[in-house]
Design a protein around this ligand. Structure first.
Ligand code: ATP
Ligand code: MG
Length: 131
């Protein structure tokens, strides 16, 4: 997910280009706004965290870009390309280092495992959208 901060600042194209250059195939993609309750469902695992409410308000604050990406080692490779959650500690050249403003408004989300990826893909996409 390209998060609302990055879409708002006009970084969508640059981030898509970096994802493309890194060898990912974009299997599905859509730009849309989500409601706060949709964000709450998506981040359900974080419901007890102190930043949960702010995070869900942020994620529903403007359009974002939802994608399904395919590649060998896609999960690990995307997380490497994203950089650390906190852009202050992200490696040079990573998407978060280049485009994120804070630990919360950190430009991009990537699934952290095959099981969570399967749930997250099903959360945003119907089967007929995955070609
Ligand atoms: P993501 O799940 O979005 O790919 P991540 O796996 O690097 O990021 P998580 O620990 O899963 O990080 O946290 C989910 C999201 O919650 C972060 O990307 C960030 O937007 C927000 N977040 C995490 N920690 C904090 C914090 N301490 N303060 C504010 N927001 C936070
Ligand atoms: Mg995470």
């Amino acid at each position: 997910i390209i998060k609302p901060d990055a879409v708002r600042k006009g970084h969508t194209g640059a981030i898509l280009s970096q994802i493309d250059q890194a060898g990912f195939r974009i299997v599905a993609i859509k730009r849309q706004s989500i409601s706060k309750s949709e964000a709450e469902g998506f981040y359900y695992v974080h419901r007890e965290r102190p930043f949960f409410n702010d995070l869900c308000a942020f994620m529903s604050s403007g359009p974002l870009v939802l994608m399904v990406l395919e590649k060998d080692s896609a999960i690990a490779d995307l997380r490497k390309l994203m950089g650390a959650t906190n852009p202050a500690s992200a490696e040079e050249g990573t998407i978060r280092k280049k485009f994120a403003g804070s630990i919360q408004e950190n430009a991009i989300h990537g699934s952290d495992g095959e099981d969570t990826a399967a749930v997250e893909i099903g959360y945003w996409f119907a089967g007929y959208e995955l070609i």
